[in-house]
Ligand binder design. Structure first.
Ligand SMILES: Cc1cc2nc3c(=O)[nH]c(=O)nc-3n(C[C@H](O)[C@H](O)[C@H](O)COP(=O)(O)O)c2cc1C
Length: 287
């Protein structure tokens, strides 16, 4: 692997877990990852996006029926109404206002309880395939948040041997640690397996659908937290950190880490953003 590619991979977490081609399973052991880094080219596809779930991460499904406690979802008899009606433009304004804020502080403009409330509401209402509800979340604040980024730095250190690259990585880690908290997004592989078993027609689809639903949840949380004045950025230090995270916070072995949303008070503005012409990316017929 070219050094600059490795540095980029480690500096930008998405790239750190974008090693594909070689592994066909999700592998989280440090040794296996070192082998992967040493032998596999970086690609833009995810390490495990289309791979079958790693059997070692998942307990065999004991039952064919769902065992989770079902909470009835209210079915509106009339079109949804809100106390303050909003138009699509209001929704689009929120979508446009969501940006990556990298300069964060530990001072939240809202209480942590409100952050929890927003994240829980999003978790409850973001859709999932067959309403399988495979999304899982852990929110870390204070010393737990700091610990996550200390652990991540510790894990990255052996991979970043170049001094300048390490200085940059350390600065980046300090930036994340400087935030107030991190939302960890997971999908539950036991749920994915359960649906693969019960709905074999879509067996190959459930892993991708689970990550798609989780991505919707990430977007919902990111957008909603920034609507309340927070800054946030999305990171991907999985699968490098998976084992340590699971051990440190007692995360069930079936919960597979997908992303880390770092949040905090805003200490700077997002960088400039360019857009490809939308006409090149959109087609419409028959209107
Ligand atoms: C699926 C996905 C993965 C991303 N991964 C990372 C990441 O690992 N590290 C990072 O700093 N930003 C990451 N980002 C943020 C993007 O780089 C950012 O959203 C994009 O450049 C547009 O900028 P904006 O968020 O300010 O609109 C990711 C975004 C998405 C949607």
């Amino acid at each position: 692997m070219r050094p600059q590619v490795l540095a980029s991979a480690l500096l930008s977490a998405a790239r750190a877990q974008s090693i594909s081609a070689c592994p066909t399973t999700r592998t989280t052991t440090a040794a296996a990852l070192r082998t992967t880094f040493a032998t596999c080219p970086i690609t833009t596809s995810r390490l495990f996006s289309t791979s079958p779930p790693h059997s070692s991460l998942v307990r065999p499904q004991a039952e064919t029926t769902t065992s989770k406690q079902e909470i009835p979802i209210p079915t509106p008899s009339a079109p949804a109404t809100m106390s303050t009606p909003i138009s699509a433009n209001s929704v689009l304004e929120l979508i446009k206002a969501r940006r990556s804020y990298y300069q964060l502080t530990k001072d939240l403009p809202i209480p942590a309880s409100r952050v929890d409330e927003i994240v829980k509401e999003a978790l409850l209402h973001v859709p999932s395939s067959f309403n399988s509800q495979s999304n899982r979340i852990v929110v870390l604040y204070g010393a737990d948040h700091d610990k996550l980024w200390d652990i991540t730095s510790e894990i990255l250190k052996p991979y970043v041997t170049d001094e300048a690259a390490w200085a940059s990585t350390e600065k980046r880690m300090a930036g994340f640690r400087g935030g107030a908290g991190t939302v960890l997004f997971f999908d539950d592989q036991e749920t994915v397996f359960e649906y693969q078993k019960n709905v074999p027609l879509y067996k190959d689809k459930f892993p991708a659908w689970a990550t798609q639903s989780d991505a919707m949840l990430q977007f919902a949380c990111w957008t909603a937290l920034e609507a309340e004045g927070l800054g946030a950025n999305l990171q991907h230090y999985n699968p490098l950190i998976d084992e340590r995270v699971a051990k440190e916070w007692g995360v069930p072995t079936t919960w597979q880490l997908n992303a880390q949303l770092v949040f905090g008070g805003r200490a700077g503005e997002p960088g400039p953003k360019t857009f490809k012409p939308v006409e090149e990316r959109f087609k419409s017929f028959g209107a």
